[in-house]
Write a protein that binds this ligand. Structure first.
Ligand code: BGC
Length: 458
């Protein structure tokens, strides 16, 4: 007897994958390609020069793969440095190319979600201080308005910024990414400029396309207090505020208060979210560390047992945690939610099918609690250039494996699982039994009991 249970989603729910221009296109000249040129910045001194070769045409075949998985939506990003290589100079060929790409999605039955800033900036913006340049928001808004006017007949779902707090933390506080700054004050200022950039872009897009749905995608980490909890609860709260909440609360309240920065009134950023994106991957344990004065003596790490499971720059896996982040966003912001990224680094696909199934179940639970979740985008369609980790296979996120030498793509088992989820608009027990049997007892305990009853000798 086949197992029959299903976590069914409402009609019209969006299922897709997410990618970012710099990670898949190749041939970009921007602040990241500049950063990659310095030995030591990227694992193996890799560069995104080739990546997945979308710019030279491979996006077509990859969009076919997404359509084969029954995706009805796709989140891609537009590379600002291509469209505006010099301030005020617009490259119409590049714009036409993006038109072709976005049209490629709609022709395959996928609703596009277009991200306008996924970590990269034009060189001229980098030269003027990147996110510390107070005029950058205005330039960004002009770019956003231009794109919305040019592609607005094909797309209504816009994501202004991808993970602003990851940009400010990695680039301005920890110095691990471009521009390599290590200062709390710089990180706070970058955050304020990104808030302003989002709000100005929101208005520019709405002016070009009144029916546009504009939001941004925020990264959230599950943060727990390391034992003994009574000492580490304060670090946990500070980290939670800093990484997860401060940016979103500023959008809600029109007032920014980032750790290490002054309280800044920003009334213009209020009411500039039509939706919000959740990007949740893992959890960390927060604790006091006398060796970390630069981060207020706070640091973080993963559980010892997880060292054998996830690569060094990754935390504890808890896909169920997706539910609590959806709840927080819904309660605090009261706008529709898309899960704009979820995924796991896993070259052998041993963790991904179970992770995917559990994350989808957590989203289903949220939908059934009437939290307004409208779609799910898996990170990522295919292996790609993973920022400071380059092409280190330990950080392969793709449903499709990419051989970067031959540029061949091979479906991992989780691509088949995701295909079944999207086709059924739900997570079925037989899909879980086939691709992620280890999580079947947790997700479908009744089905397992049935199987045991059936197998019991008479
Ligand atoms: C980013 C992606 C990145 C992924 C995996 C997200 O934080 O938006 O660009 O590749 O995580 O690390």
């Amino acid at each position: 007897m086949a197992v029959k249970g299903i976590y069914q989603f409402p009609p019209g729910f969006l299922w897709g994958c997410a990618t970012a221009a710099h990670q898949v296109e190749g041939q970009n000249t921007n602040n990241w390609s500049r950063w990659e040129a310095t030995p030591g910045h990227i694992f193996g001194n890799h560069t995104a020069q080739h990546a997945c070769e979308w710019w030279s045409g491979r996006f077509e075949g990859d969009f076919d793969l997404a359509a084969d998985m029954h995706n009805n939506a796709q989140r891609i990003s537009i590379e600002w440095s291509r469209l505006e290589p010099e301030p005020g100079t617009w490259d119409t060929h590049a714009l036409d190319r993006y038109r072709q790409m976005v049209r490629g999605l709609t022709l395959r039955g996928m609703m596009p979600m277009l991200t306008l800033h996924h970590f990269t900036l034009p060189l001229w913006a980098d030269d003027r201080g990147a996110w510390l340049w107070d005029d950058l928001p205005e330039h960004f808004a002009r770019f956003a308005g231009k794109v919305a006017a040019a592609l607005g007949d094909l797309c209504t779902l816009w994501c202004t910024l991808n993970e602003p707090t990851v940009v400010s933390t990695n680039g301005y506080l920890l110095g691990a990414w471009t521009p390599g700054q290590k200062s709390m004050a710089a990180a706070a200022r970058a955050n304020v400029n990104m808030l302003r950039a989002h709000a100005m872009a929101y208005r520019a897009i709405k002016a070009a396309q009144p029916q546009a749905q504009v939001g941004l995608a925020g990264h959230r980490i599950g943060i727990r207090a390391q034992a003994p909890a009574f000492i580490n609860r304060i670090p946990m709260r500070v980290m939670d505020h800093y990484f997860n909440n401060a940016f979103m609360l500023a959008l809600r309240d029109g007032e920014a208060h980032f750790t290490g920065g002054k309280r800044v009134r920003l009334p213009e950023v209020k009411n500039t979210l039509d939706w919000v994106g959740l990007q949740y991957y893992f959890e960390y344990k927060a604790y006091f560390s006398p060796r970390s004065p630069g981060t207020l003596f706070i640091t973080y790490g993963k559980s010892p047992a997880m060292h054998a499971v996830t690569p060094p720059k990754w935390g504890d896996l808890n896909p169920d945690g997706t539910f609590e982040h959806i709840r927080w966003l819904s309660r605090e912001l009261r706008v529709p939610i898309y899960v704009t990224e979820a995924g796991v680094p896993d070259p052998d696909d041993t963790l991904r099918p179970g992770y995917l199934a559990e994350a989808v179940r957590a989203v289903w639970k949220a939908v059934n609690y009437n939290y307004p979740v409208r779609g799910f985008f898996f990170w990522s369609l295919l292996d790609n250039f993973e920022w400071a980790e380059g092409y280190d296979p330990r950080y392969n996120f793709g449903l499709y494996k990419v051989d970067f030498e031959s540029q061949s793509r091979t479906a991992r088992p989780s691509a088949h699982l995701y295909g079944e989820i999207c086709a059924k608009n739900g997570l079925a027990a037989d899909s879980v039994a086939k691709y992620a049997p280890s999580v079947l007892p947790r997700l479908f305990p009744g089905e397992v009991v049935q199987e045991q009853v059936r197998l019991r000798p008479r």
